[in-house]
Design a protein around this ligand. Structure first.
Ligand code: BGC
Length: 734
């Protein structure tokens, strides 16, 4: 008997896919489109009966067990397993945990983010899993949204740049080696724009705004990183849920962008069409809509299977439509080598790779580069010589979950709150500082003092007493797992009242107050900005965050992060993203000095996009455009002189923004279009060359076309999106 073509490892993938498809029954084909949850026994039971194509959230020995069962089915098609490895393979104990996506975005370092992808891919693959539901390309627009921590911040262009690198890290060179996994760009699209920051709620976005703001990062990763999959958002846009939107799922990615990858729904999106969005009355009709719209794989809607089979048998769905979806999925099973050699994993393999030294080094480097210094009255860095007694306070100084953040153990998706998980490798800020103190003869005393949630927890008196005999107080404040993530949107963005009381009492004690902000996202921390002597923003800094923060406190590390998201003075100031529009009427009021602002709040956000200090100083001068008259298709080339005028070596993130001066539609006051991380030794000066491509000057006109309109543009280059940090010049498109 000859080996069927689809089992011949050397045959071309397209031939193997066609051969396999020609042998499949309609039931087997639909089974490939079904993804069920491995944690449910009733879902695991369906494997043989429905010829399931994929499971999500397989842990421990499950991948091998399920794979073995799949191998024994009629055609032996391997399963593909997906998991939310969002900032490392965090649902695997002892795996490497990186800072949250928001935290690492503050590094503005595509190479580092690619490395995070490579490390994560190796660890995921070593566990027999092939696909991560990452990265998140949502644009963070409303900070009340619980999922802000999962994003790369508020700028669509930067999101595209960083996401492309992360995907390249996950997928390697087209899955050429056995360490690559499929990436999934999500949530497609406009999910971050849901009204009031209410997760999965209707998004208010026009088609033009979709094209201008929310689709470009996805287009970038489809065309430049060949992302293997997209996940449809939960929300509806202008009355049409994403999973039922054929324009969004089919026309844009497949017809316009020529995407090869497949589209997966989010968790039970098809069921939601009936139960919540109520655009159809039963699962069969929802299934019809979902298939017609272009979904290829259906996550966790078990009733989809029977509905889809009968729709094909009744002739309402054409079998060729199913074939197209199945082909898209099978192609990746072949690419990953699952039919040939890579189906099973061994315990030894896993042990060698999970949390190995090189991986943890990468995570530590990521924690370091995520740290952003937002204020410094010269108290930082602390000196070993003059510091004898440190008082450490605050709920997040010794909280493993606050460091690991969302999509790790303890977060609402994992459930497990067992403190042993990730315990071995995690260094809390307290532990790291204590270790440092022991080496340098510095006493470190920790009193929690206050809680993120529990307003009755109060050790303030104790803390104030201890502060009196300390040289300096370090306060680690922020939010906790119950205040972030899916199902945890917040109306108020303040710190808990007891945390604030603790900070005020410490300030009154007269000791220098250093605040370390460990939180999932920006909160309204005006008091800290005004009163703390120094402020380090770390978001969820990852398992090695404690070490990196200690290094920054004592100057072994010179902080280099820059915010990728703005901080508001209060939730009432939202939205505060930097790329806003002009035309707010407050401008003419004499009371406001001609500023566009609320009468009761300053104009600027509390901290702006791009902001971040260093222990050294950088000076910008001589902004020069080399080709100030730009013809169609030409790249704008310019340079700036950057000098490290301080006494320490450091890294500066140079940012370039454009403003289209007169355009046929309104455009944002600033759009980030280039950046560069630059290392300069103390006293060193360099000319920094930058470029902006012609297409990056485009707007979306009222005919829904991307066009670069002739006319003048302003170019701004500097240290942040704040006008006072930027040098300005002009160029012209002719
Ligand atoms: C989330 C997705 C996630 C999926 C699977 C959903 O609730 O919205 O981002 O990938 O669950 O865990």
């Amino acid at each position: 008997m000859t080996t069927p073509l689809y089992k011949q490892a050397k045959a071309p993938i397209e031939d193997r896919v066609s051969d396999l498809l020609s042998r499949m029954t309609i039931e087997e084909k639909v089974g490939q489109m079904v993804q069920l949850a491995a944690k449910f026994e009733h879902d695991r039971e369906k494997l043989e009966e429905w010829n399931i194509g994929s499971y999500l959230h397989c842990t421990e020995d499950m991948p091998n067990e399920l794979q073995l069962r799949a191998e024994k089915t009629r055609l032996g098609i391997p399963l593909i397993f997906g998991i939310d490895a969002i900032h490392g393979h965090c649902f695997e104990n002892d795996a490497t945990v990186f800072p949250s996506q928001l935290a690492i975005s503050c590094s503005w370092n595509p190479d580092l983010i690619k490395l995070m992808g490579e490390v994560t891919a190796r660890e995921v693959r070593a566990c027999g899993i092939h696909w991560t539901f990452s990265p998140v390309l949502c644009v963070a627009r409303d900070l009340r949204w619980g999922r802000v921590n999962e994003t790369f911040g508020e700028d669509p262009w930067l999101i595209g740049e960083l996401a492309r690198s992360l995907i390249q890290g996950y997928q390697g060179e087209n899955f050429a080696d056995d360490n690559s996994i499929l990436a999934c760009a999500k949530h497609f699209a406009g999910y971050g724009e849901s009204v009031g920051g209410r997760d999965a709620y209707e998004a208010e976005v026009s088609k033009r705004k979709m094209l201008a703001l929310f689709l470009p990062p996805f287009e970038k990763v489809v065309s430049e990183a060949k992302v293997a999959s997209l996940m449809a958002g939960y929300q509806a846009i202008d009355g049409v849920p994403c999973s039922a939107n054929r324009w969004l799922l089919h026309e844009v990615p497949r017809e316009q962008w020529k995407m090869e990858g497949f589209i997966v729904t989010d968790w039970d999106n098809v069921g939601t069409l009936v139960s919540k969005q109520r655009i159809t009355k039963n699962i069969k009709e929802a299934t019809f809509l979902a298939i017609q719209a272009g979904n290829d794989m259906i996550m966790s809607t078990p009733k989809f299977y029977e509905a889809a089979v009968s729709l094909v048998k009744e002739g309402r769905i054409d079998e060729t439509t199913i074939d197209s979806s199945v082909k898209r999925i099978l192609r990746y099973k072949f690419k990953l080598g699952l039919f040939d050699k890579n189906r099973y994993v061994t315990a030894q393999q896993k042990e060698k790779i999970i949390g190995c030294i090189a991986h943890w080094q990468a995570a530590l480097e990521a924690s370091r580069q995520s740290i952003t210094l937002l204020k410094n009255n010269n108290v930082l860095p602390l000196s070993n010589k003059n510091t004898r007694d440190i008082l450490l306070v605050g709920p997040n100084a010794d909280d493993i979950f606050a460091q690991l953040g969302d999509w790790s153990f303890g977060s609402n998706q994992a459930g497990a709150t067992n403190d042993d998980l990730h315990q071995k490798a995690t260094k809390t800020i307290f532990n790291a500082l204590l270790g440092y103190g022991q080496q340098h003869n510095i006493n470190v005393n920790y009193i929690k003092g206050a809680d993120c949630e529990d307003e009755t927890f109060n050790e303030i008196e104790l803390a104030v007493k201890a502060a009196k005999s300390s040289d300096v107080v370090i306060a680690c404040v922020g939010d906790t797992l119950n205040q972030l993530g899916e199902f945890h949107d917040r109306a108020d963005l303040s710190l808990s009242a007891t945390q604030l009381k603790l900070l005020k009492a410490i300030k009154d004690s007269g000791k220098p107050l250093i605040v370390v902000f460990v939180a999932s996202k920006p909160l309204s921390i005006s008091w800290i900005k005004e009163n703390a002597d120094a402020l380090l923003c770390c978001f969820n800094p990852g398992a090695k965050g404690g070490i990196a923060i200690t290094e920054a406190l004592f100057g072994q590390l010179n902080p280099s992060g820059k915010l990728t998201i703005s901080f508001p003075h209060s939730a009432g100031q939202l939205p505060v993203y930097y790329n806003h529009y002009q035309g707010w009427h407050a401008a003419n009021s004499p009371l406001l000095n001609g500023e566009e602002r609320y009468i009761d709040l300053p104009k600027e956000p509390l901290f702006c996009f791009g902001e971040g200090l260093s222990y050294t100083q950088f000076e910008y001068s001589q902004l020069t455009i080399h080709n100030p008259i730009l013809h169609s298709g030409e790249t704008l080339r310019f340079s700036i002189t950057l000098k490290n005028s301080g006494a320490l070596d450091g890294v500066e993130i140079v940012q370039a923004y454009v403003n289209d001066l007169v355009s046929s539609v309104t455009t944002p006051v600033l759009n980030l279009r280039a950046f560069k991380r630059v290392f300069l030794q103390a006293g060193e000066q360099k000319i920094i060359d930058l470029e902006i491509t012609f297409n990056d000057l485009a707007l979306v006109n009222t005919n829904l076309e991307y066009v670069v309109e002739a006319g003048e543009f302003e170019l701004f280059v500097g240290a942040s999106s704040k006008r006072c940090d930027l040098l300005k010049t002009k160029f012209e498109v002719v």
